[in-house]
Design a protein around this ligand. Structure first.
Ligand code: GLP
Length: 245
């Protein structure tokens, strides 16, 4: 089932989404959170940090698993997702460093790294709440449009449109990694709850096709129609193609 929360602004999206994540952490203090990167969740992470500082949220027993990581970037690299997570969330809350998991961008053996990451997710007992953004082309994590839904963690060749979309974070387009590790669609779909956040007009098409179009690996987010518990928190611009927007 998909429940859509329509909000007026990015800030309201962040607050609503932070409420859902907070509820998860309060109801199950030792929960497993699946986390996402990108510009969309930054406001939500800021609010979680504020609530933790205020004593309203406690991450001491929470474990996290991120969706993806660029291949070839070290954890210290300014553009690695490990670094993003540290700067946007981890160093502002009382998560234990050993409870935070991302694929290792520098792993020498890609197949072994995928197997390791699958084992990490399984070892935690699966994901209680998976946070997702959506790419302009409908990708979730780095599951790019393709011929099939990939089940488990895998290494992907990023599409040209994703490389271009991510180039804004790098000094030059040549520096954007062309490959990334991503959790598979199966791992995402096995999460007990899913929270998708979207903001801005450039997400309107992907979001509409994800929730109303045919379920197809050509638009990976469309698979969410088959999940039993999805909350979509999106602003009016992102929901512009929906009726009554
Ligand atoms: C990247 C990430 C995705 C994210 C997407 C959208 O490709 N791998 O997980 O959802 O960007 O990013 P943004 O929120 O910046 O639009």
């Amino acid at each position: 089932m998909i429940r859509i929360y329509r909000v007026d602004s990015y800030d309201e999206m962040s607050r609503r989404a932070a409420n859902i994540v907070s509820a998860q952490v309060i109801m199950k203090p030792d929960c497993v959170l699946g986390l996402a990167t990108g510009s969309t969740p930054q406001g939500l992470y800021r609010l979680l940090a504020e609530r933790c500082r205020a004593g309203d949220l406690d991450f001491a027993e929470v474990c996290t698993v991120n969706l993806d990581e660029y291949q070839g970037l070290s954890p210290e690299d300014g553009q690695s997702y490990r670094r993003y997570m540290r700067e946007n969330l981890f160093e502002h809350v009382n998560l234990r460093p050993e409870n935070t998991h991302l694929p290792d961008g520098l792993a020498a053996d890609a197949a072994a790294e995928c197997a390791r990451y699958n084992a990490v997710i399984a070892g935690l007992g699966g994901i209680d709440l998976q946070l997702l953004g959506v790419g302009n082309n409908g990708h979730i994590g780095f599951n790019e449009p393709g011929a099939a839904f990939e089940n488990e963690t895998h290494l992907v060749a990023l599409t040209e449109s994703t490389v271009q979309a991510n180039a804004r974070f790098f000094k030059s387009p040549d520096e954007v990694p062309k490959h990334a590790y991503t959790m598979g669609i199966g791992s995402i779909m096995r999460a007990r709850r899913i929270l998708l956040v979207a903001s801005g007009a450039d997400k309107a098409d992907a979001l509409y096709r994800a929730l109303h179009g045919p379920i197809t690996p050509v638009l990976p987010a469309s698979v969410l129609q088959l999940h039993g518990d999805v909350a979509v928190v999106a602003d009016r611009a992102a929901l512009a193609r929906f009726p009554e927007a």
